[in-house]
Design a protein around this ligand. Sequence first.
Ligand code: ZN
Length: 132
Amino acid sequence: MDIRTRLETDLKVAVGRLRQMGGAVALEELLGPGGEHWFADEVDEIQVNEQREIGFATRELLVDRVNRITAALERLDEGEYGRCVECGEMIAPARLRAMPEVLTCVRCQDRIEREGRRVGALEEVEVGIDEE
Ligand SMILES: [Zn+2]
């Protein structure tokens, strides 16, 4: 399977899960306590929130994943795939095989995790490494 097929497959799976999850959350809002106040903030939310928080955490991860995969596909189109968005070095092939959507090399990933930030500032970084 080539890298594009793999990324597109991963993307479909992640989007599919997100859709399912979106349905689940909507349903919860529909049937939760004070069901008629679907969008009210003040309903007795404590119990629902506990469940939701788990849902949101997973959802956020999935959204992250979708964003990363989409970015990776764009980079594939641009011929930039496999290049670290942080330092511009090539990412190790083994790392790409394990996680085709990664945008950074191991070293930068470590640093980013230590700094507690996310890889999302693609535009900023790309200005720096764009040599056209
Ligand atoms: Zn790097």
